[in-house]
Design a protein around this ligand. Structure first.
Ligand SMILES: [Zn+2]
Length: 180
């Protein structure tokens, strides 16, 4: 998908993470760049799916304008991941989940069908839709396995330490091999 080129944080939505899954959804106003918390995953997906045609502004939140202080600040007090804009809204009855890998390297996406079947790839979704023709109006185009990008500057310090430690261990192994 061409979406890869659209990594401008100002035009995309961000989420924050806790316990390896998303706990807060936030969207950035295109006018004042403040972050506004969005209450539900459904509302967040609705905004994200139309981000280019309907850019988000503070006034979309009832009683709020650009003059009000931000709901949440982008900082390292929590880990942030940036979504690409215009990811299709999850079809009704399905659930889309994102899980952060333990090393904070990336997220993995999966869908859960109305009957509880877990699907991790487009091939699995295609097979599921073919086997369930009664799901009219739901197409493979409604599913996206694009995952938000983990913002390195918000990854907790203990994770970075672990990664650095692994790197030096590798070096040691190489060195001992060289000296043989
Ligand atoms: Zn604003």
């Amino acid at each position: 998908m061409k979406d890869d080129s659209q990594e401008n944080p100002k035009s995309s939505s961000k989420k924050s993470l806790a316990n390896n899954s998303i706990d807060i959804y936030a969207v950035q106003c295109v006018k004042c760049y403040k972050w506004r918390v969005v209450d539900t995953q459904e509302e967040y997906e609705e905004i994200r799916s139309k981000f280019t045609e309907e850019p988000y502004v503070c006034s979309r939140k009832p009683g709020i304008s650009c003059k009000d202080t931000a709901d949440i600040e982008y900082d390292a007090s929590r880990t942030w991941v940036i979504d690409k804009p215009n990811i299709p809204k999850t079809p009704e009855g399905f659930k889309r989940s994102l899980v952060l890998r333990k090393d904070f390297s990336k997220l993995d996406a999966y869908y859960i069908s109305p009957s509880g079947k877990k699907m991790r790839t487009r091939t699995e979704v295609a097979a599921f839709l073919e086997a369930n023709p009664e799901l009219k109006g739901v197409s493979i185009e409604d599913f996206s396995f694009h995952c938000p990008k983990v913002m390195e500057d918000t990854v907790p310090e203990y994770v970075e330490k672990k990664i650095t430690g692994g790197g030096s261990a590798n070096k040691k192994m190489k060195m001992s091999k060289d000296s043989d």
